[in-house]
Design a protein around this ligand. Structure first.
Ligand SMILES: Cc1cc2nc3c(=O)[nH]c(=O)nc-3n(C[C@H](O)[C@H](O)[C@H](O)COP(=O)(O)O)c2cc1C
Length: 394
């Protein structure tokens, strides 16, 4: 087992894996498993990572070593890196005010931040605390059309440029580790309660100031006295529109004047539908292996979907991106950019905003250094010829 540094200075962290190691040792077991775990046998979670190993980089030599171009366009807007921070719910369990810390670090690095419907900070709080953020909003479609409409209005008012509609969580995946940690809904088992005592730093930071954080975007729809984490979880369980289909998606499109992308696409037919509906992009994603175990890895799905999309809309990927070279492989297979989720969550769980900042710096440096080593001048030069896979004749 590799031994990693476990200290208090994020600047000494050298890789995302090392950041994950620190996060693991700072979080109680149940919070770590919430962040890290996948559904059932976690086969999709694992193949998200292993899929990147199928490809080798087809590098060239004797190319002058100018700083490679990392900036470009992401869903029609300028971005300093070919990535955005993707949506994740309940970040406040990892670090106080984690959504704002993530948004701040993303903005400092010139990349978008996506706020989840089930975030702890509200749209209004994030916008107020990070006025310059390129804010994207992730929507879980709701049964009550007036509530959904209100959420969209608030997202618009908060200046969200892009709506990310998530389609792969109409039923919550079977995350056995999560279920095992709770004796009854949201009641930790005794073993987990005792385990929490082994993380006094986390208790002090996260629990002592205000207890489990509430869901900022949903508070407005909860009756007085039910604006608690538990109240919000019950609300979303009842309100989640499990009948979301293409017709409903078209109605959401008609209601949203900004850019809109669909997250959770793994089949080329669905990418074709997204194009015909006039969406601005799709995110090839299996929800980080947390939903359908046995689903394709995101990278394999990307290889099938990219020829169908053929540059007509933005093509993003998430799932298992941990290194700059992973981003290079996704871009070479046709993605315009990637979303990071666990990668930046490790940073916020370990050191708050300073940890996210460090993760983004590491990924940026890895991306630039690897492009240099490949003899590639920038992200827009990447295509399939920069990769080698078994069976390739190049
Ligand atoms: C802790 C956690 C919470 C998440 N919450 C959401 C969410 O609220 N909405 C959503 O669309 N995706 C959510 N996701 C999925 C991520 O947006 C993303 O698809 C996935 O994590 C990518 O895989 P990776 O983190 O291994 O790179 C969540 C993922 C994690 C790890």
């Amino acid at each position: 087992m590799r031994r990693y540094y476990r200290g208090y200075d994020p600047q000494r962290i050298l890789s995302v894996a090392e950041m994950a190691y620190v996060a693991r040792h700072r979080l109680p077991g149940f919070a770590w498993e919430y962040l890290q775990g996948g559904a059932e046998d976690e086969s999709t979670l694992q193949c998200n990572r292993s899929a990147f190993q199928q490809y080798r980089l087809h590098s060239k030599t004797l190319v002058p070593n100018d700083p490679p171009i990392l900036a470009g366009s992401l869903v029609g807007s300028a971005s300093q890196l070919p990535l955005a921070i993707g949506p994740s719910g309940f970040n406040g369990m990892l670090w106080p005010n984690a959504d704002v810390e993530l948004a701040r670090a993303a903005t400092a690095h010139g990349v978008p931040f996506t706020l989840s419907t089930v975030a702890n900070a509200s749209l209004e709080q994030v916008r107020q605390q990070v006025p310059d953020a390129d804010l994207w909003f992730q929507l879980y479609a709701l049964k009550d059309p007036s509530l959904e409409q209100d959420l969209l209005q608030r997202a618009l008012k908060a200046g969200c440029s892009t709506l990310v509609v998530t389609s792969d969580a109409l039923v919550v995946g079977n995350r056995e580790w999560d279920r095992r940690n709770f004796a009854s809904p949201r009641q930790l088992t005794l073993a987990n309660k005792l385990n929490v005592l082994t993380r006094p730093g986390w208790l002090w930071r996260v629990m002592v100031p205000a207890g489990l954080p509430t869901m900022g975007n949903l508070n407005a729809y909860l009756p007085d006295g039910e604006r608690t984490a538990l109240g919000a979880m019950q609300f979303i369980a009842e309100q989640l529109d499990t009948r979301l289909d293409w017709q409903r998606l078209a109605a959401i499109r008609a209601n949203w004047p900004g850019k809109m992308i669909l997250k959770g696409v793994l089949h080329p037919d669905d990418a074709r539908m997204a194009i015909s509906l006039g969406l601005d992009g799709v995110v090839v994603s299996n929800h980080g292996g947390r939903q359908l175990d046995g689903a394709s890895s995101s990278l394999d799905a990307l290889a099938r979907i990219a020829p169908v999309v053929d540059g007509r809309i933005s093509l993003l990927l998430d799932g298992g991106v941990r290194r700059g070279t992973d981003i290079i492989k996704a871009l070479a297979l046709g993605a315009e950019g990637v979303l990071l989720a666990r990668t930046t969550l490790y940073g916020v769980a370990a050191y708050g905003g300073a940890g996210v900042d460090r993760v983004l710096t590491i990924v940026q440096e890895e991306l630039g250094r690897s492009l240099n080593l490949m003899g590639c001048r920038g992200i827009t030069s990447l295509d399939r010829r920069w990769l080698l896979a078994q069976g390739d004749s190049q």
